[in-house]
Design a protein around this ligand. Structure first.
Ligand code: FES
Length: 254
């Protein structure tokens, strides 16, 4: 396969970064197909960077680049292998023979509801999404989830009204939509889990004793000086502050 003569553009301008940052003559180039067209991309890139290297300007289908936001779901097959595979483009390394298609959005059902108006919260998800009762227990959702979530397990918990378990099992959901894309019962699992967590938080969890303290601190102006400093900081100062930030696990209770 040869390198593209012109950048391919999903939307807007060609991505100037792609060819500027990465030379087109890399020692280990691998052939892939992106949206059906052949490209050669450097081995060692993520799929997301391979898209950009090939000239795609990612207007949708990219967010955090860190496996958190769920925006970069990608569907692919390996050349000669009938099995469909999926992954997060920002977390999956590109390999020779990949046939790739970004899936920046998958349509799901998401009716409006008033979170304060549920009579029996344990039945709330089934009332809003009655199709959850059509779950076949086929395991397709578990198999496709890039987060390794027990999707089928949280649907079973929702059906039993166990919103604590459903919330716990679905907590790492990044809303990429891959579960909904493969479900033969046409359930929008990600949205049912979101409602389960909302109902659990609204009706079943006791409030944290720390919240009133923190609200009082905010109202007293304790963070105003720090906030003003951030608002006034220029880019280099912000970069320094970002590099020196406290990371989860290193924070200490003050
Ligand atoms: S860009 Fe956010 S998960 Fe990949």
């Amino acid at each position: 396969m040869s390198a593209p003569t012109e950048p391919v553009v999903i939307s807007g301008k060609p991505n100037e970064l792609s060819s500027a940052v990465l030379p087109r003559t890399h020692a280990s180039m691998v052939p892939v197909r992106i949206l059906g067209k052949p490209y050669e991309v450097p081995l060692g890139l993520t799929i997301l960077k391979a898209y950009e290297y090939a000239g795609f300007r990612m207007v949708r289908g990219v967010g955090c680049r860190g496996g958190i936001c769920g925006a970069c779901a990608t569907v692919y097959r390996m050349d000669g292998d009938h099995r469909r595979k999926t992954g997060l483009a920002c977390q999956t390394a590109v390999r020779s023979g990949m046939i790739l298609a970004p899936l920046p959005f998958y349509p799901t059902t998401r009716p409006d509801y008033d979170l304060a108006a549920f009579g029996d919260p344990a039945l709330g998800v089934v009332q809003v999404y009655p199709e959850v009762q059509n779950c076949l227990g086929c395991n397709a959702c578990n198999k496709i989830c890039p987060q390794g979530i027990d999707v089928m397990g949280y649907i079973a918990a929702i059906l039993k009204g166990d919103l604590e378990k459903a919330s716990d099992l679905s907590f790492d959901c990044i809303m990429c939509g891959l579960c909904a894309s493969t479900c033969p019962a046409e359930i929008s699992q990600l949205n049912t889990a979101l409602l389960a967590r909302r109902l659990y938080a609204r009706y079943m969890i006791k409030g944290s004793s720390k919240v009133p303290t923190r609200v009082a601190e905010i109202r007293s102006g304790r963070y105003e000086a720090e906030l003003s400093r951030l608002v006034a900081a220029d880019e280099s100062e912000l970069k320094k502050l970002y590099a020196a930030r406290e990371l989860p696990g290193t924070m200490v209770e003050k």
